[in-house]
Write a protein that binds this ligand. Structure first.
Ligand code: NAP
Length: 237
């Protein structure tokens, strides 16, 4: 679909990749961008941007935000969190929270918007992560793997209705979320680059964005034996 004159809804549109997606959509001529945050005062004051409160763990908050955006034809599920809860002995409540924010919240947003996307000839973007395919950061990777699967299911379900679905997979993006990962600094992709690739993919009807070399490498290695991605698991016997 074309971004020019589109009505776009970006979760977590106040900072990081979400803010870059809002800027990119506006630069390409979107008529209106609904941008969400827990605190809408943190959202840009551009007159084409409609700031909305959204807390992904609160179904009522999701319903209220969706009700205020009746004309959306591009939904971008971007908001997410990294708690990196340890799966073996971390706080199970944190694992649940991570899956609530990264999986169930976006799924509820998608279900609420689906009839509008179908009626308006729209498109869905789900921002996932290369950690959907590479096990790291415990609960975060599990939540993104669930999101990857849901993205593939939703693509098949929405395709007959003319709604395209794009999954976005990136290794490290230079945002608050990756701020503590100093060791990966050279590998961090600027959020503006990921946003440009994402909007390009929407306009081209592309199923996936693989935002960096590491993401290509990981996806290609999924068909290989486990030690290809996890060399320390190579058999020693
Ligand atoms: N940074 C990376 O290295 C990286 C790599 C691959 C994929 N990603 C994915 O890219 C997406 C954007 O992440 P980012 O890097 O831009 O992270 P970020 O800078 O930490 O921003 C996270 C965004 O999610 C929102 N958010 C967090 N918890 C929320 C909740 N409970 N309810 C509603 N909104 C919530 C935040 O809103 P508030 O301002 O209200 O907190 C913020 O807008 C995420 O899905 C992330 O998993 C990131």
């Amino acid at each position: 679909m074309k971004i020019k004159d589109a009505s776009v809804f970006v979760t977590g549109g106040n900072r990081g990749l979400g803010k870059a997606l809002v800027d990119e959509a506006l630069a390409r001529g979107a008529a209106k961008v609904y941008a969400t945050a827990r605190d809408p005062k943190t959202i840009t004051t551009d007159p084409r941007v409609v700031p909305l409160h959204l807390e992904l763990t609160d179904p009522a908050s999701i319903e209220a935000a969706v009700a205020q955006a009746p004309d959306v034809n591009l939904l971008i599920n971007n908001a997410g969190v990294t708690l990196a809860a340890d799966l073996l002995d971390g706080d199970l409540a944190e694992v649940r929270r991570e899956i609530e924010i990264n999986f169930f919240g976006p799924l509820q947003v998608t279900r609420a918007f689906a009839p509008r996307l179908i009626a308006n000839g729209g498109h869905l973007v789900n921002v996932q992560s290369t950690l959907a395919w590479f096990a790291m950061l415990g609960g975060y990777a599990a939540s993104k793997a669930a999101g990857w699967s849901a993205t593939n299911t939703l693509r098949q379900q929405l395709h007959p209705h003319g709604v395209g679905v794009t999954g976005v997979y990136a290794g490290w993006i230079d945002t608050d979320m990756a701020a503590e990962r100093a060791a990966e600094t050279d590998l961090k992709t600027p959020p503006a680059d990921v946003a440009r690739m994402t909007i390009d993919a929407v306009e081209a009807g592309q199923h996936e964005v693989l935002a960096d070399d590491w993401t290509h490498l990981v996806k290609n290695a999924l068909a290989a034996d486990i030690p290809t991605l996890y060399p320390h698991l190579a058999a020693t016997a």
